[in-house]
Design a protein around this ligand. Sequence first.
Ligand code: G6P
Length: 475
Amino acid sequence: MNTEMRRNSIVVVANRLPIDETVAPDGVREWRRSPGGLVSALHPILREVRATWIGWAGGTGRAPELPDVDGVALRAVPLSTKEFHQYYEGFANSTLWPLYHDAVEQPVHHRRWWEAYQRINRRFAEMTAEVAEREALVWVHDYHLQLMPAMLRALRPDVRIGFFLHIPFPPAELFMQLPRRAELLRGLLGADLVGFQGRYGAQNFTQLANRLLGAQSRYPEIVFEGRVVRTGAFPISIDTAAMEELASRPEVVRRAAQIRADLGGPENVILGVDRLDYTKGIEHRLTAYRELLADHTLKVPNTVMVQVAVPSRERIEHYRILRDRVEREVGRINGEFGRVGVPAVHYLNQNFDRAELAALYRAADVMVVTPLRDGMNLVAKEYVASRVDGGGRLVLSEFTGAAAELRQAFLVNPHDLEGLKEGLLRALDADPADASRRIRAMRRYLRAHDVRAWARSYLTALDDSGALAAALNNG
Ligand code: G6P
């Protein structure tokens, strides 16, 4: 097999498969490509090469046999109920997730969880070793699978391994809290390229490799056990053109107008769209809004807020507590400031389809994105891209990866309540010409820096043969 051929084959490995199971009213079950996130990010690229995606299908027990979805072969990794609890809810989402997000909630440590994490990473590595063509590219995603690169390298030294972390990589002070920190780092160093959302993550990783494992490095290269491991920043993006197209559809525009009418035709619609996660700063934004209503700076029904909180990781205690707190705050705000038929906050704890989200984006005068820490935040990018009308204003936390790119947003520190209120008011009161200049500049940026550009830059760095990047350029 020549080089050109072999690099046309990719195995993507991520905790989740890019599909959802839908059940029609007549009970017929069907798998569909799921909207949003990593899936939509990679889809435009995978269409153009021979691709297999390995991941978990979402349930427990036996893994389903899956059809190809849009030309991508799917292989499901099974998880038992106990493994789901210990690996996914436990080590991935109760140890690593809070720790990597500045420990905004206390990370929980259990030895059993670590054992399950190792076992599942091995399962992913074994399945990948089985399906990868000779000298294929393997692209491993996110914090669930940090041990996998080294495990795969031991099984299949011929493949080229990339790892990309979608969430922040913490500074040494935090990472050092992990009981099995050296093993985790060794796992990552099994890759040829370890990519991060921003330069800080890459630098934290490089420093830790030196300090914990005595690796030699000069950024962006780390020499470990005689191999060169590259690292670097690859800020992920969205399919900008697809978002623009969706947001331009007449039915979406009509729906946006309908939403504004349903909200009572207010002057200002403030919108938040997040997974219901404690890293997203939802409470901080609600508090800011409540105080602005309390001091009469904002008034219902002139101004209303819509908060979409997509259900997420619902059995984990941190998430249950968060939901109670958010819903109590929403109740309090509506109790104090709502009117009959006009709540101050329209709270939606549901999943939304892409078209409805696009309509919400277009209906919103101000989008408030206030995470305490976030690897990127694609919602902020989607909002900007959807404003094909040149309208809208974005209030964005400094602690998101997106803030490094969307410089024309109204940047805020969500911990600073006064600053957050001011940021919100600056956005609401901005001169329309200034606001529209800002949105236009950010839209321009997102057109040049879309998800294809992201994938191309990552894969070009990963693929030493250059053949895959060439295939992508032609596609
Ligand atoms: C973040 C992570 C993804 C994850 C997503 C949804 O964006 O970086 O890896 O898939 O959240 O979370 P879930 O736990 O439902 O997969």
